[in-house]
Design a protein around this ligand. Structure first.
Ligand code: UD1
Length: 429
C-alpha cells in the first residue's frame, strides 16, 4: 500500500487548479442510468470513487468511457438498456454513494436488488430516509440479508416527501427517482447543498422538470423519458476549501483556480477571522498567510450554507497551531473525530467530549507516522504535516485517493515537499 511522505515547513506559492466535485459527479453518474441516450459529463474528477462507480454502472449495463475532452476529463455514460438491476455487496459496501443507483434502477426497470451500503466509517449513516422517499413514490421495499429488494412494476408515481432533517444523499436519491415518476413530487425539507443544484441542472438538461433545487422545497414534474445531455460538473468546494487550509497552515500565497469561492463562504469567513487573507476572484480565490500566527476561532458544522462537515477535520488541523483555544462542534455525523488521535501523534493538544472538540493551539507540531482513517480525516493529516517539523508518513492513503486527485502533484507544484512511496507501509487489514 502506498504512503505519503511530507516534510513540513515550506510555504506554498503558485496556483492549484480545482477539479470537478466528487460528491456531485457520483450522483450525476447515477443519473446516466435514467436514459437510453448518452450522458456526457465534463470537468470530471478522476478518482478511485468515480472509477469504482463506473465499474458498478458497467455491471448494470452502462458503457462508461473516460477521455480527455476540451473542458478537461470527461466521462461518457451510455445505458441503452439495464442488463442487470442487481448491485452486489462488494460494490456498494466500499462506497456509500453506489447506493444511489437504487432509485434510477427502479425508475427505469420497475425493480432492483441493491446491497445496503458501507462507506467512510463516520457514524451509523442509515439509509432510512432514502428508503422512505422511494416508498413515498410507490416503490415496495423489502429488506433481506443486507439487501434492499424494491418493486414498482407499474412504475413510480409522484408523491410528497417530507424530510425530518437535511440529508444530501436522500434528497438526491428522491430527485433521481421522481424525475421519471408519473405526476408531481414535492420534496419538503430538502438539502440545499450546491450539489442539489448541479444534479437538478443536469436532470433538466436531460429533459426533466425540476424546480427549487438549492432551496428546502423542490418540485418535480415527472416525465415519460429522459434524453442524453452534456453537463459540466460543478467545481469541488471541498477540494477548494482543503487547499485553502493547506495554504493557511503552511503559509505563502496560492491562487485556487477553476473554482467558486461563493460555495465555501462559511469557511472563507472563518479563515479571515483567524487572520488569513482571502481575495475572491471570478474563478476562485487567492489565499495568503504571512508569517504571523493564526488566531483560534470556533466552528460548528451545519448543512449548507453552514460550515461543511467535510472540512471539519482540516479546520481542526489548522487550529492545532493557532493562538488560543478553538472549539470545533460536529453536528452532522456522530463519529467524526477519528483524526484526533492521529493529530495528537503530531503533537496536537485536543480533547473531545461528545460532539465537541477543544483544540488548544501549540507552538509546534512534529512529524510522525500517522494513519488515514477516512477520506477527509486523512487530508487533515496532510495539512498538519505541511507545518510540522521533520517528516510525516501518512499510511493507508487509499482513503486520500478516493477523493483527492493528484494531491501530491498539486501540492509539490507549489513547493511543498510531498512524495508518494509506492507500495510502502503496512498491509491492508
Ligand atoms: C453526503 C456527502 C458527504 C457529506 C454529507 C453531509 C456524498 C457522496 N457524500 O453524505 O461527503 O459529509 O453529505 O454534507 O455526497 N441520515 C439518516 N438517514 C438517512 C440518510 C442520512 O439518518 O437515510 C443521517 C446521516 O447519518 C447523517 C445526516 O443524516 O447524520 C446527514 O447525512 P447525509 O446528508 O445524508 O450525508 P450523505 O448523503 O451520506
Amino acid at each position: 500500500m502506498d504512503q505519503i511522505a511530507i516534510i513540513g515547513g515550506t510555504p506554498l506559492q503558485g496556483e492549484i487548479p480545482i477539479g470537478g466535485a466528487k460528491n456531485s459527479a457520483l450522483k450525476l453518474m447515477a443519473a446516466g442510468l435514467l436514459t437510453d441516450e448518452p450522458l456526457i459529463l465534463t470537468n470530471m474528477p478522476r478518482l478511485a470513487d468515480t472509477r469504482f462507480l463506473g465499474e458498478l454502472l458497467r455491471r448494470l449495463g452502462a458503457e462508461v468511457v473516460e477521455s480527455a475532452g476540451p473542458a478537461g476529463a470527461q466521462t461518457r455514460l451510455h445505458t441503452p438498456e439495464i442488463t442487470s438491476a442487481y448491485a452486489p455487496y462488494d460494490k456498494v459496501r466500499q462506497m456509500r454513494a453506489s447506493f444511489n443507483v437504487l432509485g434510477p434502477l427502479i425508475a427505469r426497470t420497475g425493480h432492483a436488488k441493491v446491497s445496503l451500503p458501507g462507506g467512510c466509517a463516520i457514524g451509523a449513516r442509515p439509509v432510512d430516509l432514502h428508503l422512505s422517499s422511494l416508498q413515498a413514490l410507490g416503490a415496495h421495499i423489502d429488506l433481506h440479508e443486507g439487501y434492499v429488494y424494491a418493486q414498482a412494476p407499474r412504475g413510480l408515481k409522484g408523491g410528497r416527501i417530507e424530510f425530518p432533517f437535511s440529508s444530501v444523499g436522500a434528497t438526491e436519491h428522491a430527485m433521481l427517482a421522481a424525475v421519471l415518476a408519473r405526476g408531481d413530487t414535492e420534496l419538503i425539507g430538502a438539502a440545499c447543498e450546491p450539489e442539489m443544484v448541479d444534479l437538478a441542472d443536469c436532470l433538466n438538461a436531460m429533459g426533466a422538470k425540476v424546480t427549487g433545487a438549492g432551496t428546502p422545497t423542490i418540485q418535480i414534474s415527472g416525465v415519460a423519458r429522459l434524453t442524453g445531455a452534456t453537463h459540466a460538473v460543478i467545481p469541488d468546494r471541498i477540494e477548494m476549501g482543503t487547499y485553502a487550509m493547506a495554504v493557511a497552515m503552511a503559509g505563502g500565497a496560492v491562487r485556487l483556480t477553476n473554482a467558486r469561492a461563493d460555495l465555501i463562504g462559511a469557511l472563507l469567513t472563518k479563515l479571515e477571522e483567524a487572520g488569513v487573507a482571502v481575495e475572491r476572484h471570478g474563478d476562485g480565490a487567492t489565499i495568503r498567510r504571512d508569517g504571523r500566527r493564526l488566531t483560534a476561532v470556533e466552528i460548528s458544522t451545519d448543512p449548507y450554507p453552514g460550515f461543511p462537515t467535510d472540512l471539519q477535520a482540516q479546520f481542526m488541523a489548522l487550529m492545532t497551531l493557532a493562538d488560543g483555544v478553538s472549539v470545533v462542534r460536529e453536528t452532522i455525523f456522530e463519529n467524526r473525530f477519528m483524526h484526533v488521535p492521529e493529530l495528537a501523534r503530531l503533537g496536537a493538544d485536543i480533547t473531545v467530549s461528545g460532539g465537541e472538540a477543544q483544540v488548544r493551539g501549540v507552538d509546534q507540531l512534529e512529524g510522525a507516522q500517522v494513519m488515514a482513517t477516512d477520506l477527509r480525516a486523512s487530508v487533515s493529516l496532510v495539512i498538519a504535516a505541511l507545518a510540522a517539523r521533520g517528516e510525516t508518513l501518512v499510511n493507508r492513503v487509499y482513503h486520500l485517493d478516493r477523493g483527492f486527485e493528484r494531491l501530491e502533484e498539486k501540492l509539490s507544484a507549489c513547493g511543498a515537499q510531498v512524495r508518494r512511496i509506492k507500495g510502502g507501509g503496512e498491509g491492508e487489514e
